[in-house]
Design a protein around this ligand. Structure first.
Ligand code: UFG
Length: 340
């Protein structure tokens, strides 16, 4: 079974490639390496997974001939589509870049898939499609009113997928991630963004001598300790959800959408405390004003994914922070070797 993984050289994509290979699928990675890393592709290619084959095609979703080259080279059974820009603040500053890349890129992918009769796609959506929560935990019936461009691009794609199902019979599963955290348990791949905007890697980077002081954005929210509450879902648990979504589609499942989270919220202060505990270090911190556009609380109701897909997240926040820390140590070694 051949699975096309767009964005397979990126953070979430690469963990999914490992899960797919370990489950016996052949994987074709399509990535333009703008945000993904060739080192990650090389790591994935070197994995010794019995019986499954991996190919990497460097290309851009905005160029139809690049997309076409994937489908003409390989028979594709299904697609998992990760490739996208995903920084909320940047999306507000540069909406054109986001609409163009995320929406148009996906349209190129879908139109080529239709030409080649590939009609099953698992799509990375986001909790950001819900916008400011009207109630928590957020279930899939919660209204979708995104408050930033990033969330709007993802919601547009969800809508396009509904229309394409009606007109062309494309079946999609949209997975709405909450806050993804952690790294591969064997430390082969991990989160590697530049610049890094996410909470856990930023706290952990501040444990290194050359790291900057961690900035805690907002301590006056209406939450248990004044800092924002988020639902941190482990990246390996997330990958297992993608495998189950893929199986659901391959077994003839209808278009559907699921929240991926843990049903539990942790505050920024709580996450910070677990980071100090896991690393055994006193982490330098500076309290700053609120970051624009951050809702106070985002927690998933994940009942639907449990019931329909049979998915249960297994890892704790501490598990995610342990693997994320091991990865940060590895990454800082790699990057300092590059500088030398
Ligand atoms: N935070 C800090 N300091 C930092 C980084 C983050 O205090 O250096 C705080 C933020 O202000 C926020 C919390 O940590 O309160 C979590 O922030 P992240 O940037 O890690 O994550 P977000 O909740 O903003 O966003 C993430 C993804 C989005 C996705 C969203 C959906 O980055 O793509 O989850 O819930 F849309």
């Amino acid at each position: 079974m051949n699975i096309l993984v767009t964005g397979g050289a990126g953070y979430i994509g690469s963990h999914n490639v490992i899960a797919l290979l370990e489950a016996g699928y052949n994987v074709i990675i399509f990535d333009n390496l703008e945000l993904g890393h060739i080192e990650t592709v090389n790591t994935l290619k070197s994995l010794n997974t019995k019986g499954s084959v991996i190919d990497f095609i460097e290309g851009n979703l905005l160029l139809l001939q690049d997309v076409e080259s994937v489908f003409s080279k390989h028979h594709i059974d299904a697609i998992i589509h990760f490739a996208a820009y995903s920084q909320v603040a940047e999306s507000v500053k540069e909406p054109l870049k986001y609409y163009y890349n995320n929406v148009l890129g996906t349209m190129n992918l879908l139109s080529t898939a239709i030409d080649y009769d590939v009609k099953k796609i698992v799509f990375s959506s986001t909790a950001a499609t819900y916008g400011e929560p009207v109630y928590t935990p957020i279930d899939e019936k919660h209204p979708q009113n995104p408050i930033n461009t990033y969330g709007r691009t993802k919601l547009m794609i969800e809508n396009i997928m509904d229309d394409y199902d009606k007109a062309y019979g494309i079946k999609s599963v949209r997975l709405r991630y909450f806050n993804v955290a952690g790294a591969d348990s064997q430390n082969r791949v991990g989160e590697w963004h530049n610049p890094e905007t996410h909470l856990i890697p930023n706290i952990l980077k501040s444990t290194f001598n050359n790291g900057k002081v961690f900035q805690m954005f907002g301590t006056d929210y209406d939450t248990k300790d004044g800092t924002c509450v988020r639902d941190y879902i482990n990246v390996e648990d997330l990958a297992q959800a993608h495998l189950l979504a893929l199986k659901y589609l391959l077994n003839g499942g209808e278009t559907n959408y699921f929240n991926l989270g843990t049903n539990e919220g942790s505050s920024v202060k709580e996450v910070f405390d677990v980071c100090e505990k896991v690393t055994g270090k006193k982490i330098p911190v500076e309290r700053k004003p609120r970051r624009a556009g951050d809702p106070a609380t985002l927690i998933a109701d994940n009942k639907k994914a449990k019931e329909v897909l049979g998915w249960t997240p297994k890892k704790t926040l501490q598990d995610s922070i342990k693997t994320a820390y091991a990865w940060e140590v590895e990454l800082s070694k790699r990057l300092s070797n590059q500088v030398k």
